[in-house]
Ligand binder design. Structure first.
Ligand SMILES: *Cc1c(COP(=O)(O)O)cnc(C)c1O
Length: 388
């Protein structure tokens, strides 16, 4: 039998430096490789499998829709798409939703909304989007331009023009830049995920939100990673008491199927008209049926559970041997270790725990419903790998 690793290396474009593990199956927070070895999954496919692997409730919602109708195109109405949009709006206070298939596409739509709003309201020279240094907004040429990490930009220039980056938590710098560039929009992650699991200061976020409101600039919160219960609120902006104009999400919303959502608030709810934007797969009824199931289970009880598990992880890891600091919010946690993050990943993998990295940190993104006994075992392994 052909080795899957070799087959993949022979035919899949080498954009990913994969770990040497072939995952064949799983259940909940445990995945199993091709040799039958079990691993506790502390990464959830990068915050995607919100309720774990092969979750039965989600799978039956998805398969029921799959056998009803799997795709219609956006020329026709389907119930899952309309119901998911209602659910997102009633639970966030935003007014309209555009569906796509990924985080990058959700952000592209947000950028188009901000640009169209500003062009119509203030003039064509108002097109710049201000984002933060160290941010991550996606890999398309436009969302790369939005991403405030130049190492992703090299070799792909020219990127889409009209993006500037300012330091996180420096409201005065952001405001000055936004004014100087005639900003159409400001885009922020409340907790920078790929940038190292750093949460933004509440003072900074509220100051920027107030400024955006005063100057009629579209405030976009990128909740691709932080959304859908991950931080202990349905969306991370809810921790900050702000009212964004646009909220984007993807990853955990689909529970494992591709979906992106761009939620438009009052300011921009009518910005798009027929033909302004579109997607063949966006709002696909199977992905939407899965997302409806995921959202229905992220209730107050589940959010409380996320906050409790977060406190448990912070409590056990903070100040432990070999651990310098713990950052993040909810079940989106960054761990600064004395060993290199890649050594911790390797050590944990040998002992049957899958963890991720973000910049120089170890990153934990377990399923929201990871059972306590499984979580406890994973933390035991992480602690012992960091201490040795
Ligand atoms: C993952 C991520 C994206 C990109 O999402 P894709 O689905 O990979 O396109 C955008 N923004 C943030 C904050 C992310 O974490």
């Amino acid at each position: 039998m052909t080795d899957i690793r070799e087959l993949d290396r022979a035919y899949v474009a080498p954009t990913y430096n994969r770990f040497p593990v072939v995952i064949e199956s799983g259940k909940g927070s445990v995945v199993i490789d091709d040799a039958g070895k079990e691993y506790i999954d502390m990464g959830s496919g990068i915050a995607v499998t919100s309720f774990g692997i092969a979750d039965e409730e989600w799978a039956s919602a998805v398969s029921a829709q799959l056998l009803r109708v799997q795709h219609t195109s956006n020329l026709y109405y389907t119930a899952p798409c309309a119901e998911l949009a209602r659910e997102l709006c009633t639970r966030t206070g935003l007014k309209k939703v555009f569906f796509s298939n990924s985080g990058a596409e959700a952000n592209e739509c947000a950028i188009k909304a901000a640009r169209k709003y500003a062009a119509e309201k203030k003039g064509a020279e108002y097109y710049t989007i201000v984002t933060l240094e160290n941010s991550f907004h996606g890999r398309t040429l436009t969302t790369l331009a939005a991403t405030g990490q130049t190492h992703y930009h090299e070799l792909f220039r020219p990127l889409t023009p009209g993006f500037v980056h300012t330091p996180a938590n420096d409201a005065e710098a952001l405001i000055a830049t936004a004014r100087a560039h005639k900003a159409a929009g400001i885009m922020l992650e409340c907790v920078q995920g790929e940038g190292g699991v750093n949460r933004l200061d509440p003072d900074f976020v509220t100051r920027v939100a107030a400024f955006a409101k005063e100057e009629d600039i579209v405030l976009i919160i990128d909740e691709v990673q932080t959304g859908n219960g991950r931080t202990g609120e349905l969306y991370a902006f809810m921790h900050y008491g702000i009212t964004p104009d646009v909220v984007t999400t993807a990853k955990g919303l689909g529970g494992g199927l591709p979906i992106g959502a761009t939620m438009l608030g009052e300011k921009v709810e009518s910005v798009f008209s027929y033909g302004d934007h579109g997607s063949t797969f966006g709002g696909n009824p199977v992905a939407a049926a899965g997302a409806l199931n995921i959202l229905s289970r992220i209730d107050e009880r589940m959010l409380l559970e996320v906050r409790e598990k977060s406190a448990y992880i912070f409590g056990r890891l903070s100040g432990a041997e070999g651990i310098r600091s713990v950052s993040g919010m909810g079940l989106m946690i960054g761990v600064e270790t004395e060993k290199s993050a890649s050594d911790v990943v390797r050590g944990c993998m040998e002992r049957g725990v899958l963890v991720l990295t973000a910049k120089a940190k170890v990153r934990l993104l377990p399923a929201l419903n990871i059972p306590y006994d499984v979580l406890e075992k994973a933390i035991d392994v992480i602690l012992s790998v960091c201490a040795e």
